[in-house]
Design a protein around this ligand. Sequence first.
Ligand SMILES: [Zn+2]
Length: 332
Amino acid sequence: MNKKSKGRLAVDWKRKGRQYASLNFPWSRNESAWGSLQIPIIVIANGEGPFVLLVGGNHGDEYEGPLALSNLARELEVERVSGTICIVPALNYPALKAGTRLSPIDGLNMNRAFLGRAEGSITEQIAHFVEVELIGRADAVLDIHAGGRTMMFQPFAVSHQLPDVVQTSRAREALIAFGAPIGLILEELDNEGMLDTAVEREGKLFLSTELGGGGSTTAATIKLAYDGAHNFLVHTGVYRAAVKAPPVPVAIMKNESDGYVSASTSGFIEFTRELGEVIEAGELIARIHDFDNLHNEPLPVTAPVTGTLLGRHFGGYAYKGDFLAMFASPED
Ligand SMILES: [Zn+2]
């Protein structure tokens, strides 16, 4: 943490108005000896007030955040801002261009690289800069995720159950304000190294999402990301505007570790139920086919708990151990 970052960001944090900048890191490679990696950053500042950080493209195969946040970056009106809005629409920019979850440069998962390392590989350098220079300044952070190429979700916003009661209830208020049809109080499978954890550890407000998936977007999921990010800015007090009302009331749900299903064998997946359906524990949700042994009946996969099917594997084939499904239930 004491090492100086190699990242360079030419932004005047005090200057009123909109600045299109880039966060630059040295990137020497066969194709460009003295080249640099340039990650776009937009800063909209207007006097005193909270510092709110909006992030998209943390994973490179999730496009709602990058598209919605770049639209928002151009459309927000400076005069309505009180404080600073910092937008990073394409955090893992090389991965976003490659359409991959992980960085094509060093193979790392940005969302497992926090706190990062100033002297590390390029993903670790980006994480370190964001941690020190952006999260360090921020009062509130929104990180927009989606299912990517291998998952599909019934769209939801995410907050976490945290040790601090006040911090948990602040996150829950933001979860409702975001306005996604479902607000999930999520139990993460593996939260070490996440941007979420980096923000929450400092006692700051953090909100995330899982919208759509399949490595692409829909008009509805982009609108959800755009309206939700707008509402998050209004909720934190950094932007004065009318809230964009959600089409349906926000349903608060929770999940637990027993609501996840992974593939117990490799094969072709036939889902028998749809996302968003309420399913009883023990009911069939999918069958796994082994085309090399067609005489065998496909392996049945059943719901481990009673709940709403919020997430599923995307793609025709799954390997043993792959994520298959996720269930959540209404909060008590
Ligand atoms: Zn993601």
